[in-house]
Design a binder for this molecule. Sequence first.
Ligand code: HEM
Length: 444
Amino acid sequence: MKRVLPGPRPGFFSGSGAHFRRDQLGFYEACAREYGDVVETRMGPFRILLIYHPDAIEELLVTRNRDFIKSPGVRLLRPLLGDGLLLSEGQTWLRQRRLMQPAFHRQRIAGYGDVMSAFTERHIAGWQVGATVDVHAEMMALTQAIVGKTLFDADVSGDAHDATQAAKVLAEDFGARLRSFRMVPLWFPTPRNLRSRRAVRRLDGVVDRIIAERVASHADRGDLLSMLVQAQDADDGTRMSARQLRDEVMTIYIAGHETTAVALSWAWYLLAQHPDADAQLAEEVRDVLGGRAPAVADLPRLKYAEMVIMESLRLYPPAYGLGRQATTASEIAGQRVGRGDIFIVPTWVIHRDRRSFEEPESFRPERWAKGLAQSLPRFAYFPFGGGPRQCIGNGFALMEAVLILAAVAQRFRLSLVAGQRIVPTPYVTLRPEPGIRVQLARRS
Ligand code: HEM
């Protein structure tokens, strides 16, 4: 297709790859600044369109979503997530989404609140005043244990350290592949590939054990895992294949903890730098909870905590960009789109657009107090995506994040250890690298 849109001039061989490789977020920012709302470029063999306008994003994710599938970049997760809900398409995706949706209904997730709160209290009972911890690692361990218990009724706390290490290896590998457009298949025995395959096997060990225990027990616990194990195909009565079951459990296990852990990590980072916001949060939890553990019934009154999470998700969206690929000729923002064209929606940039947010770089939770979310275009703020492929765990994650934030803020004040350089690093999610070291003080 002929080039018609503004965008960085492709280099002879690698297109815009060099800048993208060096600084992915900076590349997204520069393209918006210099070329506007729909930007065209090439990377490797692909024609790429970067989309920054809320209306065009709505076309891509909602109105014309049938013309698009997940992008090759997102599909790099296939060796780990297989054909689970994040990556499947068409009829498989629809059947599995319908099957799993009941586990995420509002009433259902309200029932998970007690576990979220109790696990948080148990986790921070091990924290010592005056100690230094990596709060990102702590949040990863906690959200992992919570997803394991609530959705699979499994105790994965013993696996947390190993699993986190393995997930990190894979996240780094994903980031490197995404940026390099390196298509060396995973079966090819390079040292990096061997390391990644070992990491997949380690995570498979956790997931296989979760499934095997349930299958052996023959119990119907009424949770997501039982729904998956017992799912019968309505037409022919066959069970889900072992492979599909593994892919779904792995997808929920990974997608269900890393994103929320990253969101909470950035919230602690921001609160540590904004003492006024931190004090306001502490006051709210004192008023609402008066020293007891938070429960689902408290959520309507934990308003400031919710705004802190929303504002953290705006400034540091764990899913910092979305990717799609056209399966047919289509049209977006009045522009013709060819089959195979790739679309990137850089959430990171759109969440900092001054057309939508005053002082967009500032952390101001109170901006959400007076109906801002309702007054914005639908795709000016979308940490959970949108359209049919919107995050299935949206409600689960928000509830979990607010409960954890309140429970921790009630007992501890977290301050950043001096001299750290913490960089938002776009792997699968926007991780804080190399972690966030905080010192724990008692909340007076
Ligand atoms: C703050 C936390 C979270 C964030 C920011 C987040 C973000 C997202 C986004 C942006 C998407 C859409 C991706 C796309 O359109 O390409 C997505 C999809 C998905 N998320 Fe989340 N997520 C979070 C928590 C969770 C949790 C807790 C779970 C499960 C327990 C989960 C499971 C999934 C699944 C399975 C999908 C694929 C849904 C589908 O395609 O039908 N996520 N998430």
